[in-house]
Design a protein around this ligand. Structure first.
Ligand code: F6R
Length: 608
């Protein structure tokens, strides 16, 4: 987690670094800090709290200098505090480092350094890096960096500056995201592209174990053996506006509203003039599919919830078993992946540590890896055999919305394509489904246009401590996503239950006024779902039904109803999730919380 920005050029570094960090706050925001070489020394400022605390301090008293590093933190070792904030430095404050990741052997290194007389100030794993740099520094910063990383185990993206070198900035990437940016006589490092867009669109995607050496106006990249590496400069054509709020109250609201466009773009990027799905760049032809003995979908959090729907679509369309797993469980369980497995990894950021670990482990076992991801050039995208980009545009809010709906559409497109290749569906089913998927953006727009009807439900829920989400079949996976959205941004304890399991224990939790969001979009399960709603209502629950507009029966068993436009059973969840996203957004706003930056969370989970 954590965000890193570094700058070296002719402009004042502090402003550029803070600007960049503001675009990375989604990665962590419990503290922020900066180190700038003023020409005579390193000036380091760091504070617990949001980036605004640091920005205010700099506004009152800026640091003047042309080279520096900055950090926005999501604590792993040591509580959020001024002293645990980055940058960390050596005893004389002549070397400073910012770090994203975890140094796994830091305890061992710390003991060793302490036995050599070093006094540690913080509780972080990162501080060992600053002291190791000091230990190895003999006038050449790059030499010291190589010796230091030789001692480190774990995941790290590092940015390093020194007081003695006013024209030098070094960065290292190992298992944590890092890119470099190139401008006119200036260079940058950052954890992610949005941090640099205001200043440059020319970026270098770094690979593992690479070291970036910026000296004067020159940027060089070296591998682990210190051989120069010839890196491609990629031009990023993202819309800067797309990474800004654009008049919405928060990024989450903007991203919910962007779903119709996002889904259109997911579809359009892969449909040809005849309306067929084009996966030319992805090896999923008949011969390959016949050689596959098992399909695994693996992901975390919301991406996992999308994966559950992907599994259902694949099983229904392709007629073969597919498993879906949480990455952090999958990697430590007996998973039977082998060279005949197709492993589909779903990840918005393409950087999630557990998902990336599954990628590497499965690749080693000979499996083919297909990534469904949003971030071009992310680690998962680069290391996978094939990539299906979701093209949702940048997702900044911690709570995932447009990534989820576009991931489902992507997985459905993959399912349709494979099912057709395998001869399990005919052209009619294939084209019908594509036509129905094309109708989803307009249907989501309808839900968004009716958002005021959700407002009074949010009023009823805002003061509650618990809420439950019920569903059957794919509505259960949707209930999981609805409850995740509500809990992560409103801090109301929310849980999803398979409606059929209610009577096996859970129903004991229902009391007078308990909100129960009941999703009934599956025609085949509709009557059973209505019975479950009746059961909880009879026990005093405040029932909110989400169902298609023709299912008027739900009105008899619920306190409030949110209708969604009619749609195919498989496609309904993509529409039905939107009112739940809006409900979570409204409840969080009414509770006065920071919707985009919920406590304890970070957008990109790059540690296990
Ligand atoms: C919840 C949320 C998380 C992510 C999860 C995986 O709203 O955003 O649960 O879905 O951390 O992240 P990615 O998709 O980047 O691998």
């Amino acid at each position: 987690m954590c965000g890193i920005v570094g700058y070296l050029g002719s402009k004042n570094a502090a402003g550029i670094i803070v600007d960049g960090l503001a675009k990375l706050e989604y990665r962590g925001y419990d503290s922020a800090g900066i180190a700038v070489n003023t020409g005579t020394e390193l000036e380091i400022r760091k504070f617990k709290g949001r980036l605004a605390v640091l920005a205010d301090d700099l506004e009152k008293n800026n640091i003047i200098g042309n080279v520096g590093i900055g950090h926005t933190r999501w604590a792993t070792h040591g509580e959020p505090s001024d002293v645990n904030s980055h940058p960390h430095f050596n005893k004389d404050k002549t070397l400073a480092v910012v770090h994203n990741g975890i140094i796994e052997n830091y305890l061992e290194l710390r003991e060793q350094l302490e036995s050599e007389g070093i006094e540690f100030k913080s509780k972080t794993d990162t501080e060992v890096v600053a002291h190791l740099l000091d230990k190895y520094y003999e006038g050449n910063l790059l030499d010291a960096v190589y010796k230091t990383i030789g001692d480190l185990k774990g995941a790290y993206a590092l940015g390093i500056v020194s007081a003695e070198h006013n024209d030098e900035l070094i960065a290292v990437r190992k298992d944590s995201p890092l890119i470099a940016g190139v401008g006119e006589g200036e260079a940058f490092i950052a954890s992610d592209i949005p941090a640099l867009l205001k200043y440059t669109r020319d970026v270098i995607y770094l690979d593992n174990d690479e070291v970036v050496h910026i000296k004067g106006g020159n940027l060089k990249v070296y591998d682990s053996q210190r051989n120069p590496v010839d890196k491609k400069i990629n031009h990023v054509d993202w819309d800067v506006e797309a990474a800004e709020k654009g008049g919405y109250s928060c990024f989450m609201e903007k991203e919910i509203f962007e779903q119709p466009e996002g889904i259109k773009s997911t579809l359009e990027r892969r449909l040809n003039e005849e309306g067929r799905i084009v996966l030319d760049d992805i090896n999923l032809d008949k011969e390959y599919l016949e050689s596959v003995n098992k399909i695994y979908i693996v992901a975390c959090g919301t991406a996992y919830n999308a994966g559950v729907l992907g599994k259902t679509a694949m099983q229904r369309m392709m007629g073969i078993p597919v498993t879906v797993d949480i990455a952090s469980e999958f990697r430590y369980n007996e998973n039977f992946v082998d060279d005949k497995s197709l492993v589909i990894l779903v990840s918005q950021s393409g950087e999630t540590a557990d998902t990336l670990a599954v990628l590497r482990d499965s690749k080693e076992k000979g499996a083919r890896i297909l990534a469904v991801t949003n971030v071009v050039g992310s680690s998962i995208a680069r290391e996978a055999d094939d990539v299906f980009y979701t093209w949702a545009g940048p997702e900044i809010a911690v709570a995932s919305t447009k990534a989820y709906t576009t991931q489902i559409v992507s997985l459905y497109m993959i399912a349709l394509n494979c099912a057709l290749e395998m001869g399990n569906i005919d052209d009619k089913y294939y084209f019908d489904m594509i036509e129905k998927m094309k109708e989803i953006p307009a249907k989501i727009q309808e839900v968004i246009n009716n958002k005021d009807s959700i407002e009074h439900i949010a009023d009823d829920i805002v003061k509650k401590e618990h809420a439950f989400f019920l569903g059957r079949g794919i509505d259960y996976s949707l209930a999981m996503e609805g409850s995740l959205k509500l809990k992560e941004i409103s801090y109301i304890h929310a849980e999803a239950f398979a409606a059929g399991e209610l009577k096996h224990g859970t129903i004991a939790l229902i009391e007078e006024g308990t909100p129960v969001i009941s999703i009934a979009t599956q025609q085949s399960m509709f009557d059973k779902m209505v019975s479950n709603m009746e059961e909880v209502r009879a026990r005093g629950a405040y029932v909110v039904a989400i169902s298609q507009s023709h299912n008027k029966e739900v009105e008899k068993v619920s306190n409030k109803v949110i209708y969604i436009p009619d749609s195919e059973d498989l496609l309904s969840p993509i529409i039905a999730v939107v009112p739940m996203q809006l409900l979570a957004l409204m409840v969080s706003t009414k509770r006065g919380l920071d919707v985009d930056k919920p406590r304890n969370l970070a957008k990109s989970v790059t540690v296990e």
